[in-house]
Design a protein around this ligand. Sequence first.
Ligand code: OGA
Ligand code: MN
Length: 287
Amino acid sequence: MSLSIEPTESALGAVVKGVDMGRVPDPDIIESIETALEQYGVLIFPGQDITPAQQTAFSAALAPLEMTANIDARLDGQPEIFVVGNTGAKPVTFAPKFGNDDLEWHTDHIHRPEPARASLLYAKEIPAEGGDTLFACMYSAYDDLAAEQKAQYGSLTAIHSVAGLRNYLREQSEEEDYDPGRQADMPESVSWPLVRHHPRTGRPALYFGAKVTIGIEGWAEETGLAFIRDLSSHATRPEFVYRHVWRHHDAVLWDNRRVLHAATPFDMTRNKRLMHRTTLRETEPVH
Ligand code: OGA
Ligand code: MN
């Protein structure tokens, strides 16, 4: 079976047809997917009608899987699936409550010792309006820097913590005690080079999150936070972004090594949104 791969008109993304996620992919398909992921950063697989077990088996053929630290959000009977949405007792959304201005741009599990290499998000129920996901290309954001910025940023180490996420989620949640979860064996913070070289392509990419990154090593807290705010607005400029408007049964796979993503708001009082995420663990060093 041959795949058809059609790039979007944005800096990132391609639509892939000819893959049935209901079957465990053979080595040829895996290689085609890896190559396309390397080239386009975000792959959109429309019209997948799959069960949680099938999504898990397909994902596990690509990499070892990681589970969310938010134990309440693991799917009953299939804990590799992270239930994202507002259909459960406690909503899990990464979107701001008000407007579009302060999005939680991030790359999955950057605050964990083994970050996520890639994530696969599958749309089970989508709102009539809103709830799009944005993806920003961190190769492009890096390439666009001035030479002196490239030199400076290349020497910086950024600090990432679930505390940054927790603060943001608290601001955005009705529930005072909303917690993204932290397993006992997870350190309070993790540090990585701000400029990450992609293990497959060697290309430099900015590696951080707007909220989860809480500082720069050796810098005063306020200076670091101000720097991260400015960097977030640079890195997520519209020319670096692909906006995914979900359709029922879309599955979207993205490369967390070179892509930031952000959820956008939708009216939770009138709409349901339900997504199933599997998370592919990083197996290569971050450097
Ligand atoms: C995620 C995530 C964004 C969205 O599942 O990792 O950030 O739009 N989701 O639901
Ligand atoms: Mn995410």
